[in-house]
Design a protein around this ligand. Structure first.
Ligand code: C5P
Length: 244
């Protein structure tokens, strides 16, 4: 298995811009990627992205678009204009929707003279289990089969990557190879609390199993010393895979 760089993305899971900016200030040069999700974005709007971009940081905009292809394409255009670096769509939006997102990202970035945001698809939400799939969608298949089916659709549509649980990393790398970008939340250093995450993995293991980006929220932003926690995690990631 190829050992990747494995970059941490700090989840700005706060409700106002001042708190978000304060986290970015505290972490300084240690962290280069930040995730802005629906809570902060709904409260502060595009200015949340603009403010963090001013620090020269990369933005992962996690709004999980799911709509008709034309509407998703329109939203992707606005992400290009904002200078977003990666964004999420739902894989269950289907091949046409994802294809339009990918095409729009490339075409509009070329037109505007920026970099195309990477299109990342969310497969099955971790809040879903097999019973929900059966009860809500009438799907009688194992969760892993649905995930695999959705990842193959995502790849056919030309998307850059997926969000996956760290526990799925080995299986996904084996089936889908090394080129797919895989982003994993649910990462916890051993010294940190699990909070409400049920299936967690340490950063070093997630790197070894093939993760490209680790989304980490509370172990850093809720820590009594966020900078020190971020440095500890970075150190753990740097060392992983270089032991032999
Ligand atoms: O604080 P914590 O490290 O658990 O934050 C993880 C981040 O990743 C949160 O922003 C959460 O919404 C997000 N996420 C997740 N599980 C998923 C998808 C996203 O925890 N399956």
């Amino acid at each position: 298995m190829k050992i990747r760089k494995c970059t941490p993305i700090v989840a700005l899971d706060v409700t106002d811009l001042d708190s978000a900016v304060s986290i970015v200030n505290i972490l300084g040069g240690s962290i280069s990627w930040y995730k802005i999700g629906s809570v902060l974005f709904t409260k502060e709007g595009p200015s949340a992205v603009e403010a963090i971009k001013k620090f020269g940081k990369n933005i992962f905009l996690d709004l999980k678009f799911y709509d008709i292809p034309n509407t998703v394409a329109g939203a992707v255009k606005q992400c290009v204009r904002l200078g977003v670096d990666m964004l999420t769509v739902h894989a269950s939006g289907g091949k046409n929707m994802i294809e339009r997102a990918v095409e729009t990202s490339k075409e509009y970035a070329e037109k505007e003279g920026g970099n195309p945001p990477k299109i990342i698809a969310v497969t099955v939400l971790t809040s879903f289990d097999e019973n929900d799939l059966k009860d809500d969608f009438g799907l009688n298949a194992p969760l892993e089969d649905i995930t695999k089916k959705l990842v193959s659709v995502v790849m056919q549509a030309g998307a850059d990557g997926i969000v996956a649980s760290p526990n799925e990393l080995k299986m996904l790398r084996k089936i889908f190879g090394e080129d797919l970008t895989i982003i994993t939340p649910g990462v916890r250093p051993v010294w940190s609390q699990k909070s409400d995450q049920k299936r967690v993995m340490a950063p070093a293991q997630a790197k070894k199993d093939g993760s490209d980006f680790l989304v980490i929220g509370r172990p850093i932003i809720a820590s009594t010393n966020p900078k020190k926690s971020a440095e500890k995690i970075l150190d753990e990631i740097r060392k992983a895979g270089n032991e032999q």
